[in-house]
Design a binder for this molecule. Sequence first.
Ligand code: NAD
Ligand code: ZN
Length: 390
Amino acid sequence: MSSLISRNVQYVQPHRVFFTDGVFDGGNDCLAEAMRGGPADGGRRRRVLMVIEAAVAAGQPGLEEAVRGWFAAREEAWELAGEPLVFGGGEPCKNDWERVEGIWEAINGAAIDRHSFVVAIGGGAFLDLVGFAAATAHRGVRHVRMPTTTLSQGDGGVGVKNGVNRFSKKNWAGTFAVPWAVVNDHRFLRSLAEGDRRDGIIEAIKVALIRDAGFFEELEANGEALAALDDDVLRRLIRRSAELHVEHICSGGDPFELGSARPLDFGHWVAHKIEPMSGFSLSHGRAVAIGVAVDLLYAVRVGMLSRADCDRVLRLVRRAGFALWHETLERREADGELSVLRGLEEFREHLGGELTITLVTAPGKAKEVHTMDAAEVAAAIGELKELAGV
Ligand SMILES: NC(=O)c1ccc[n+]([C@@H]2O[C@H](COP(=O)([O-])OP(=O)(O)OC[C@H]3O[C@@H](n4cnc5c(N)ncnc54)[C@H](O)[C@@H]3O)[C@@H](O)[C@H]2O)c1
Ligand SMILES: [Zn+2]
């Protein structure tokens, strides 16, 4: 005998991405707007713990002072909970479990409750880490993300995932958590090193390839400006890329990836494998560029994509300044198998279920496949090596 109680948990949460310039300028109320919403709380002041990536604090002199000034001018509504917490970001912070503990300690020490906020300012890796700590403190405190790289403003930072790396696997520990809001401040990009400024372009090319042929053509038409990292072109690229990512999350039918597919992760099964294999010396963006190239060549080999379309995309990827090769691609396991091929099983295992890889059949058109022929992947890698002239 068995019996059942079955109901639906109804849950709707807005996903808001604000765009601004100079979020901590005296007259800029974007952050206040971003933190509003939720159940009324009797006009109580809300506490806000600021967590800032060291490279951003160093690259934007006066930032911490501007933060203090911004809160001081709005003290009836918002209270800065202690000094901003500042520490190093980049991929290494996601490999350091003690950092999670450190953020929890700060959240606890600042008496942040579920009506208070943790506002994080930093690159995608830093946001993944702080987002994970915020989502697990008190089972989730209100969290505002302020991405500070091209890549995170157009992609990772506007998503609903967080995570840290464990067992040499990307994002092994993490949660799905819709941030209270995301604030994209273009001014943060000013202090980025050239490579980090460039990295976001590949995620825009990626999302254009699988979702929006018109956007792909626009990127192609702006190849020269992209190569020169033209600020206006980057601004438009971030906006459209963010829009397409948010659209997918909110209308794609599987925001928390309960199925077997990660439709936006084109080129990522290779990227997620070679990043750790390179000891994370390869940035996520540079690894994605290589992953995209492998999957495009593979798609040509199995008759899914025309050679002309493949060449067209690879031309743009190179023009935008990405290398197509990394030596990890030809590393082998003791049994002689290419190590990168293990990335397929790891990619499957992350979600469970059936292996599902997104490939591209033409710019703007994606198709999911459930098997990848190892010999053809190896041949695609061989072709890539030749193409890259290594
Ligand atoms: N959560 C998601 O949905 C999602 C999606 C895509 C990517 N990601 C993750 O995001 C990470 C990559 O993010 P990223 O490309 O932003 O790289 P990153 O966070 O590693 O930042 C790149 C570099 O730029 C520095 N930096 C950041 N902002 C700066 C600024 N304004 N001025 C000067 N230096 C600055 C960082 O210290 C780092 O050295 C990866 O861990 C990736 O897995 C997450
Ligand atoms: Zn990515």
